[in-house]
Ligand binder design. Structure first.
Ligand code: PBG
Length: 339
């Protein structure tokens, strides 16, 4: 031990920096790794043919008609991304108070599923089960005269939507609506119709977050929603214990996988959920998280690649088994570069 530096605790016997000295030892002690297997790519689908629109508040994200989406999927599949999730942009004249378009077998989502499954049978196709793209008022469910989103009547429509997606060939249904009891009702209906292997990824702990803003622009539900919030069904950002109760219920009702949403501001919830249940746990790095990073990157204030990869690996460290992220395709490319 050196005379100049009297030992404090175990120093200098223990020097944490020794292992950080070289790339080889940093690699050896690395605890978590982001891989392409962890990525789910959310995509926005437009009706019609040969249509491509940029989403202004999400630089690098586009809405695509099914024909162009199929082209995009060539590279998604080639990169090895296991699954995508579909979000439809429904024309105003197809929206209604009762959201009938949500279970139209010839609708945009079922048509997209069929086309994708035909060309890419091994790609996991996840669909969002919720009514907000289909309601004229932009809420995730049916509303009563006071504008309150009614639970049980909404579930009836969600179940019809689920069967419609399953019939079209969806692999995983992802209810993002936060109605009470919908997972159980969906599971029962799927079993009764012999869709035993259609999985349910429930948005179990979905917070009433302001970080969904750019997504609502992307699917065109922001205007319809007006000033109306979703606080009567999505969770209060201040609550953590409540998330555990939500997850417990959804697992009991038959959810195969559960999700926490948004991501970065809720990683404490991801950790608690993973530790408590040990179930397949997913996290959604939402549109606002993506927009913040991209805005800073476009201004030259942050480095896009290293900041995006840092945010994604932090989600793995928090206990997520997989991540829904608009960076999925770029992340898969970056990961390939460093292999
Ligand atoms: C709709 C839904 C939303 C998102 C996914 N599904 C928005 C909302 O609840 O208003 C948000 C995704 C994102 O912000 O990236 N049920």
């Amino acid at each position: 031990m050196s005379n100049q530096h009297p030992a404090v605790g175990y120093y200098p016997l223990v020097r944490m920096r020794r292992m950080r000295r070289d790339p080889f030892s940093r690699r050896l002690m690395r605890e978590h790794r982001l891989t392409t297997d962890d990525l789910i790519y959310p995509m926005f689908v437009l009706p019609g043919d040969d249509r491509r629109e940029a989403v202004e508040s999400m630089p690098g994200v586009e809405r695509l008609s099914v024909d162009l989406l199929l082209g995009e999927l060539e590279s998604v599949v080639e990169l090895g991304i296991p699954a995508i999730t579909l979000f439809p942009v429904i024309p105003e004249d197809r929206k209604s108070d009762k959201a009938e378009e949500a279970y139209n077998p010839e609708g945009l989502v079922p048509s997209a599923i069929r086309a994708i499954k035909e060309q890419f049978p091994d790609l996991g196709v996840i669909t969002d089960v919720a009514l907000d793209p289909y309601t004229s008022h932009g809420q995730d469910g049916l509303i009563d005269d006071d504008g309150y989103v009614v639970n049980d009547a909404t579930i009836d429509v969600l179940v019809r939507q689920s069967l419609c997606h399953a019939e079209a060939g969806a692999d995983i249904l992802a209810p993002s609506d936060m109605m009470d009891g919908r997972v159980g009702q969906m599971r029962e209906a799927l079993e009764a119709a012999d869709y035993h292997n259609v999985r349910i990824l429930s948005y179990a702990a979905k917070y009433a977050s302001s970080y969904y803003g750019p997504f609502r622009d992307a699917v065109g539900s922001a205007g319809n929603l007006g000033g109306g919030g979703k606080h009567s069904y999505q969770m209060d950002p201040a609550n953590g214990d409540e998330a555990l109760r939500e997850v417990a219920l959804d697992l009991e009702e038959g959810a195969d996988m559960i999700m926490i949403k948004p991501g970065l501001p809720y990683l404490d919830v991801v950790r608690r959920v993973k530790d408590t249940f040990g179930a397949p746990t997913f996290v959604y790095q939402v549109s606002g998280e993506y927009a913040m990073l991209m805005a800073a990157a476009r201004n030259g204030w942050l480095d896009e690649k290293s900041c995006a990869l840092e945010a994604l690996v932090s989600m793995k460290r928090a206990g997520a088994d997989g991540i829904l992220t608009y960076f999925a395709k770029r992340a898969a490319m970056w990961l390939r570069e460093t292999e």
